[in-house]
Design a protein around this ligand. Structure first.
Ligand code: ADP
Ligand code: MG
Length: 348
């Protein structure tokens, strides 16, 4: 075939393709967006926005996500004595305890975050978290001996995971797991996956302010716009983030803390000193998955601003926005965070 004929043919074919694409777009059914409203799960509230070809698909997607929340809460809650984590906490020093694949996956991921954060993130903080929880309930601060005792039972290296049999074992007596810093993120990712599988083309899953968004948003802006709460003032947004296929998680003492003897204590504890974390009042992580964002937000809360920032700068596709406790009106960000900060006025 002559070069010129080939070119004409190619042009005709690509022209046709463009026309077909236009017709197809014109004929594409209108998408609907469903707001699920609030569901109670994992000690907080969950909400979903689902973009789907029709209402029935969107409703089905919400149902599938709620089933995921229920399943994960039943497996991983440390408040529920019948959960698998509670069972592990009772028996895993005596013998290896078999767990579901979901639980095992979270434990494996948690250990990776411990390694990455040099132990700042550690799901074996259970005994220390329990101690501070009792302090909150009784309004009496723990003694240094109590803190030392609880701290001696902490250490991710004493957690023995057997991938072949999916079992968990404790090397130290009195160890206890607490998935409070990672389970929400895992549940968000799994719920988003269920929503996608149910036929949605876009969506947002939020559990207690941690969230993931994916695919299409139906707003005027092509991105998902997310308001970041100002830790210094309820009902106030610090900034807006424009996100596509990204997760955000915030850890900090602004929503949950205890005042004992006039001092504020975070619900996040340092696994090494067994003290409550103190330097940062808010840590927001933007990451590809909610589990990653959730765990890293907790890790950075423990590491503090310098080490925390340094860690996040080493991880691809992950950014941080931090607020120090003593400078509540300023925020620090990693070098790439600005790409997500949306420059429209924030709504208060
Ligand atoms: P939030 O629950 O406010 O979203 P996080 O995601 O940071 O905050 O989770 C905090 C929870 O994680 C605590 O309530 C506790 O259950 C658990 N936790 C506390 N300290 C640590 C730690 N150093 N590593 C892992 N988990 C922790
Ligand atoms: Mg979190």
């Amino acid at each position: 075939m002559k070069q010129s004929t080939r070119n004409i043919l190619l042009q005709a074919v690509s022209g046709l393709m463009i026309i077909t694409l236009l017709i197809w777009q014109g004929k594409r059914p209108r998408l609907v967006e469903l707001d699920s409203g609030y569901y109670q799960t994992m000690g907080t509230l969950a909400r979903m926005l689902v973009v789907a070809p029709d209402k029935a698909t969107a409703e089905q997607a919400v149902k599938a996500a709620v089933a995921v929340f229920d399943r994960i809460e039943t497996l991983m809650s440390d408040y529920d004595p019948d959960s698998q984590i509670s069972e592990v906490n009772r028996r895993a020093f005596a013998e290896p305890v078999a767990v579901d694949a979901d639980v095992f996956d979270v434990l494996v991921a948690a250990v990776e975050y411990s390694r990455l954060s040099d132990g700042a993130f550690d799901i074996t903080v259970g005994p220390v978290v329990q101690l501070w929880r009792t302090a909150r309930n009784t309004a009496v601060a723990p003694t240094p001996e109590q803190i030392a005792d609880a701290g001696a039972k902490v250490g991710w290296r004493h957690l023995i995971l057997d991938p072949e049999h999916k079992t968990v074992r404790f090397a130290l007596e009195g160890m206890a797991l607490d998935l409070g810093g990672i389970a929400k993120g895992y549940a968000i990712d799994k719920a988003a996956e269920a929503i996608r599988q149910a036929g949605a083309v876009g969506g947002m899953v939020d559990i207690g302010g941690d969230l993931v968004c994916f695919g299409r948003s139906l707003g005027q802006n092509p991105h998902w716009l997310i308001g970041l709460q100002d830790p210094a003032a309820d009902e106030k947004h610090l900034m807006r983030l424009a996100l596509d296929d990204r997760a955000v998680a915030t850890s900090g003492d602004y929503r949950r803390f205890t005042i004992l003897n006039g001092q504020k204590y975070s619900h996040i504890v340092n696994p090494v000193t067994a003290d409550a974390a103190a330097d940062l009042s808010s840590v927001t992580i933007i990451a590809p998955t909610a589990m990653q964002a959730d765990a890293l937000a907790t890790a950075v809360s423990v590491l503090g601003p310098e080490k925390g920032m340094a860690l996040i700068e080493t991880i691809d596709d992950v950014e941080a926005i931090l607020i120090r406790s003593n400078t509540p009106n300023e925020y620090l960000t990693t070098s790439g965070a600005f790409r997500y900060i949306h420059n429209t006025p924030v709504t208060h």
